[in-house]
Design a protein around this ligand. Structure first.
Ligand SMILES: *[C@@H]1O[C@H](CO)[C@@H](O)[C@H](O)[C@H]1NC(C)=O
Ligand SMILES: *[C@@H]1O[C@H](CO)[C@@H](O)[C@H](O)[C@H]1NC(C)=O
Length: 361
């Protein structure tokens, strides 16, 4: 059966599902030709070492479980990724994030982590993984929802197989086969920062220059994120203390920060950055960021973009993927570049410029 797909996003779902015979299916493959994008598939194989025992654990339980099967537990990880099963094989990066017990019927975790690569051409690049891991199944699959650097715009999945598990200590080595689709158009994005229209903080970029399909739009938003963790009305509250004060590893902060059009705090507020950031590195300060930017003005009022990525805060420029959106930004993909403009450790105030490049319909 062939279905003629109409590209307008509003009716995409209707078209797809209305024409499907109801056999209990809830997903179908769509014709990739209509994407008109150059894509390449990449496969990575790494070994993930979850060390919870001993003097230098890479994974630390920061919230104890509340029911059986680890339900309710949160474990923060900064796990080594190596090229082979032995933990002393070549280190290729770190897996930073958390896993949380999310099933009352089996041991199954919600996992949110960034693979931060540290070698060769992948050095500095990340992929972001979000998914469900029922650890006693032979093969588990989770989503790759984004990436940065060489993996910018990555989509894909990972397959996990436990290679070694120590019953006594709980330590484990897991093979991750990562299958990524990379969209090549992304490589030229930065060269074409040319405005064609826009509000104060947002502009549409000339799609002809970047060879975008007709129905996609690239929007550039420049926002200033005002974070205050101290003072009278903190916008961010630490809800879980770190296990290390130098790296902030294990800390969790809930945030509802103003997003403004300029670096001045009293400039126009266009939305709020709402979500969590968590200390997810042991040797540096690097945060796992899980944020929605909720816009409150003009044509973007009510729309959101969702960011999930790694933020090594001491670096000059940090890139994180935009993994989705709603409203005007429905089906969004993209990335943000974060640059700290002002920081005062005493008062706990930081102002960060976010340049967001969002591909949407
Ligand atoms: C890795 O560790 C194993 C066992 O501890 C040892 O036999 C081997 O020589 C080590 N390999 C390297 C490259 O250090
Ligand atoms: C990776 O990049 C960092 C920062 O640019 C650099 O300090 C480091 O030496 C690089 N590592 C390798 C193995 O290339």
């Amino acid at each position: 059966m062939h279905v003629i797909l109409i590209l307008a996003v509003q009716i995409l779902l209707v078209t797809t599902f209305a024409s499907a015979v109801d056999r209990g299916d809830f997903a179908r493959t769509m014709n990739p030709k209509r994407l008109h994008m150059k894509e390449k598939l990449t496969h990575l194989r790494v070994y993930w070492h979850d060390i919870i025992s001993g003097r230098n654990p890479s994974a630390i339980v920061i919230k104890k479980h509340v029911a059986k099967h680890s339900f309710g537990s949160i474990t923060m990880i900064d796990n080594a990724l190596t090229s082979d099963v032995p933990i002393n094989s070549t280190l290729v990066g770190q897996a930073q994030g958390f896993y949380a017990g999310a099933s009352q019927h089996e041991t199954s975790f919600l996992m949110a982590m960034n693979f931060a690569f540290k070698t060769g051409k992948y050095n500095g690049s990340t992929i972001t993984i979000l998914g469900r891991n029922s650890i006693f199944s032979e093969v588990r699959k989770m989503s790759v929802v984004g990436g940065s650097g060489i993996f910018r715009f990555a989509r894909g999945y990972v397959e996990l197989r436990t290679k070694w598990f120590d019953q006594q200590s709980g330590d484990a080595t897991v093979e991750y086969n990562c299958f990524l689709i990379l969209i090549l158009v992304a490589e030229i994005f930065l060269l074409t920062a040319i405005a064609s229209a826009g509000d104060d903080f947002a502009r549409t970029m000339n799609k002809k220059l970047i060879d975008l399909p007709k129905h996609e739009t690239l929007t550039h938003l420049r926002l200033y994120w005002h974070d205050s963790i101290g003072g009278q009305n903190p916008s961010t509250v630490r809800i879980q203390q770190p296990v290390s004060n130098s790296s902030l590893f294990g800390s969790i902060s809930m945030t509802d920060d103003a997003l403004t059009t300029d670096v001045m705090k009293n400039s126009t507020v266009v939305g709020q950055a709402q979500g969590i950031y968590a200390g997810a590195a042991q040797g540096e300060i690097s945060l796992l960021m899980v944020l929605n930017f909720a816009f409150k003005t003009g044509k973007y009022n009510g729309s959101t973009i969702t960011i999930l990525g790694r933020n090594p805060v001491m670096e000059k420029v940090r890139e994180m993927p935009v993994v989705g959106g709603s409203g005007m930004f429905r089906f969004a993909r993209g990335y943000v570049e974060a640059r700290t403009k002002f920081v005062d450790l005493k008062s706990g105030v930081a102002i960060v410029e976010y340049n967001c490049y969002v591909l949407h319909y």
